[in-house]
Design a protein around this ligand. Structure first.
Ligand code: SF4
Length: 385
């Protein structure tokens, strides 16, 4: 039974050059029709695959705050009507600094949103322009201030490293500004150039210069060092929180637990099946109009795949993968299943093994993907039934 739900709002007021999320330029989009369809989908899925109560809810995008205050109220009212929320512990909303105001914040608060994730990426105008963002430092400061005034006690900032023209000095400055805002949580991801983005095209044309790898490593080390110095605990490769402010919703993903995914292009994991909804709006809306699930593709996760996911998702957490949890879930020991891989990674100082778990070392944090790969295609499906 899923204890979490992700809801996707695929509209943006501008398109960032690095973004490969499912999103559409807001102007002239059928927003109200989409919100209606979303309610139909939530009601339909929960009726088909019920759960007792959700513990975490995450509204992301796109830019959820690109909706008007009235549309936000409509969305939140439909969430309240359709989803079981009696035991809800965390309700996060993604916020863009230049599309949030007091009225929208009041609407979010009045419907029980208690955590905001604010998309900052960087503070330097030069870098923001490079990546196609339209906000500035002032709007971030105002977004934080207004959120506090509206009563939000749990704020997270999203930052990025490895941006074009970004130097370690600039990144240090960004971190300093972020700490000055006294938020409870920081996420910081490295730029990845993904297909179908402006950056991808520029890279193919030889018009994209990214910082040298050494600089990127330097920035990541700064991130780990400075966050610790400022009282944040690194609990995942790219996530840092003050005590008690870890994102419970994101931990659902890394713990390999199930969750609903609602909206165009959303991913979900329910009843042992991972699925992805139609991304294009006409397809999504048409499915809902015809009264069928808007699922584009789905995949029943085999036992071996579940074990692999348990390893590579769990290793993203600083606490690593616990033997007790693995045995409880699969009835076998990960230490014996992956004995050779674990020993090799420990010998390369990328993994640390204790009596009850395996976790990445500081060195392993920098080479996460290389570590995760070692746990793929190792087990034989036939022998693990
Ligand atoms: S990064 Fe966020 S704001 Fe920018 S285009 Fe993607 S979804 Fe929209």
């Amino acid at each position: 039974m899923p204890k979490a739900a992700y809801i996707h709002i695929p509209f943006c007021e501008h398109i960032c050059y690095y973004c490969d999320f499912n999103k559409f330029y807001l102007k002239n989009q059928p927003v109200n029709e989409y919100l209606q369809a979303l309610e139909t989908e939530m009601a339909m899925v929960v009726a088909e695959q019920p759960t007792k109560s959700l513990q975490t809810l995450y509204v992301g995008g796109g830019t959820p705050t690109a909706l008007t205050a009235d549309q936000l109220a409509q969305l939140l009212a439909s969430i309240k009507r359709t989803l079981p929320l009696s035991d809800l512990e965390e309700f996060t909303f993604e916020v863009n600094p230049d599309s949030i105001d007091e009225e929208k914040l009041d609407v979010l608060r009045s419907y029980g949103v208690d955590r905001l994730s604010i998309g900052v990426q960087a503070f330097q105008p030069l870098l923001l322009k490079e990546i196609g963002r339209t906000h500035d430092q002032k709007s971030v400061e105002q977004a934080v201030e207004k959120s506090r005034q509206a009563g939000f006690a749990n704020l997270s900032l999203d930052l990025m490293l490895g941006l074009p023209k970004q130097t370690p000095e600039m990144f240090a400055e960004t971190l300093k500004e972020a700490f000055a805002l006294e938020v409870e949580h920081l996420s910081c991801y490295s730029l990845k150039v993904e297909a179908k983005t402006v950056f991808y095209n520029r890279q193919r044309q030889g018009r994209l210069t990214l910082p040298p790898e050494d600089d990127e490593v330097k920035m990541y080390r700064q991130l780990c060092y400075e966050t610790e110095k400022h009282g944040f605990k690194q609990y995942e490769i790219s996530n840092f929180a003050k005590k008690g402010y870890e994102s419970r919703h994101n931990l659902v993903y890394w713990n390999n637990d199930e969750y609903y995914g609602f909206g165009a292009g959303a991913h979900g994991y329910v009843g042992g099946v991972r699925y992805m909804n139609h991304g294009p709006l006409p397809k999504y809306l048409q499915a809902m109009e015809e009264g069928r699930r808007p699922v584009f593709e789905s995949h029943h996760v085999s036992r071996v795949e579940q074990m692999e996911e348990q390893m590579f998702l769990g290793l993203r957490k600083r606490s690593g993968v616990e033997e007790r949890v693995f045995v409880e879930r699969f009835g076998v020991s990960m230490f014996s299943l992956y004995e050779k891989q674990i020993a090799q990674l420990v010998a390369r100082c990328l993994l640390e093994r204790t009596d009850d778990r395996v976790r990445l070392t500081d060195e392993g944090l920098l080479l996460g993907n290389e570590v995760f790969e070692q746990f793929l295609a190792v087990l034989d499906e036939g022998k693990q039934q």
